[in-house]
Design a binder for this molecule. Structure first.
Ligand code: PLP
Length: 417
């Protein structure tokens, strides 16, 4: 038996020992303290737990509350009845009902792009990135794949499969000098980055556009956090600010966060219609797994209609004033930004107790702490939404300050109640 071999992993692009070793300790501590694994019924914006505890969830990414909008719910139900089938299980490239075509036409008009839908952004990126790495989506040249260090896990997940098609490197966060160096070294480069970061901040789209013009750089943006919440008709940060909306810019954005439905939109510009066929056939799960189902499509069609009206502008305005109200009460590094996520600083030792205390006061905020984030950067993640009332935000802020958050404003402690 002694000659049987053990395996030494290369861990060039992933490492489960590290991921699970670090991550599971974090989850276990959260779970044991009752700030993870929570179950409750949602009614009129309030969660009701079996033990009678009630709370408002301040860690939901549905920034405009479209996920519970009556028109969106009705849209989902009506669509299921209209198309008569939730998911006709066969690749759409063979036989399909018009359900996805209707959605893609609507979203295409809304966002001014060629839209291909997929079950999730994770599924879309998993499928698209290796196609970019092999040059089949792009101009035929295999690009060096440069992943931003902070790229969302759904993007980083594609590194090993991209590495089998091309070369993969990871660069510092928004390291434009490195990207330019690579553009000078390699025939073609693709930079993979979040358009809007999960912890606040946006990609340097203007500076990247200059590199796109100078070196034909391809940029793959995941703009999931800013769709709907940002820009005219909710077109998101990248499409609002990037001057390069052609085949050198590929964007994916979830329809599950601000958009309030389900699935994802792949946004392409300047690609021929055949590209759609190629993506549908060969972009991983898009070709072999399920698609957005009729209920999700109905919800998305209804949400798209809301995006075409004044109501969207009103909801975006309410989101902005809720963010401003929060910033006037609690200090965070993200204050003053347009981004709806805040991290209320706490110490690694106190953050879980703070989360428990705030939860007992009727608000869920999610604690992040070492080893999930670097030592000294622990905090409670708070997400503002259009549908939160001023009273809920004020009471949350009072609870946060009582749990150790620093009040905002000129006089420490001068919290408006
Ligand atoms: C939430 C999020 C995702 C996941 O989106 P799904 O459509 O649920 O797969 C992907 N990327 C980013 C940047 C996200 O914030």
């Amino acid at each position: 038996m002694s000659e049987r071999r053990t395996i030494t992993p290369t861990h060039r692009y992933r490492n489960n020992d590290k991921l699970i070793g670090i991550g599971n300790a974090f989850w276990n501590r959260s779970y044991e303290n009752g700030v993870a694994g929570i179950v409750g019924d949602l009614e009129d914006g309030v969660f009701h737990m079996p033990d009678g505890h009630e709370f408002v969830n301040f860690t939901v990414c549905s920034y405009l509350d479209l996920d519970t909008h009556p028109a969106v719910i009705d849209g989902a139900v009506a669509s299921l009845r209209r198309f008569g089938v939730l998911d006709h299980c066969i690749p759409r490239t063979r036989v399909q009902t018009p359900v996805l075509l209707e959605l893609e036409e609507s979203l295409g008009e809304l966002f001014g792009a060629m839209v291909i839908s997929a079950l999730s952004t994770a599924a879309a990126s998993t499928g698209l990135l290796p196609m970019i790495a092999s040059g089949h989506l792009g101009n035929g040249t295999r690009p060096l794949m440069v992943f931003d260090k902070n790229a969302h896990v759904s993007l980083a997940h594609a590194k090993p499969s991209c590495a089998d098609e091309s070369e993969v490197v990871t660069c510092g966060h928004h390291d434009l000098d490195f990207i330019e160096d690579m553009c000078l070294t390699y025939e073609r480069v693709c930079y993979v980055v979040d358009g809007s970061d999960s912890l606040g901040g946006y990609a340097p789209v203007q500076e990247l556009a200059e590199l796109q013009d100078k070196y034909n750089l391809l940029v793959f943006y995941d703009d999931s956090h800013s769709l709907s919440a940002y820009g005219e008709r909710g077109i998101g940060y990248v499409r609002t600010h990037s001057p390069v909306l052609d085949e050198r810019t590929i964007t994916v954005a979830t329809l599950t966060k601000g958009f309030g439905a389900g699935g994802t939109a792949i946004l392409l510009d300047g690609y021929p219609e055949q590209t759609r066929r190629l993506v549908e056939r060969f972009a991983g799960p898009l070709g072999y797994s399920q698609k957005m189902n009729a209920a999700a499509v109905g919800a998305a069609l209804a949400s798209a209609e809301i995006h075409r009206t004044e109501e969207l502008t009103r909801l975006q305005g309410r989101l902005r004033s809720n963010i401003a109200l929060f910033d006037s009460l609690v200090q965070t590094e993200q204050a003053e930004g347009t981004y709806p996520i805040r991290v209320v600083p706490m110490s690694d030792d106190t953050v879980v107790d703070a989360a428990k205390q705030v939860f007992a006061a009727g608000f869920y905020t999610s604690p992040v702490f070492f080893p999930i984030v670097a030592r000294g950067t622990a905090g409670l993640r708070v997400m503002l939404r259009a549908g939160q009332s001023a009273d809920q935000i004020k009471r949350l802020c009072t609870a946060l300050v009582e749990a150790g958050a620093r009040p905002a404003g000129p006089l420490p402690g001068a919290v408006h109640r």
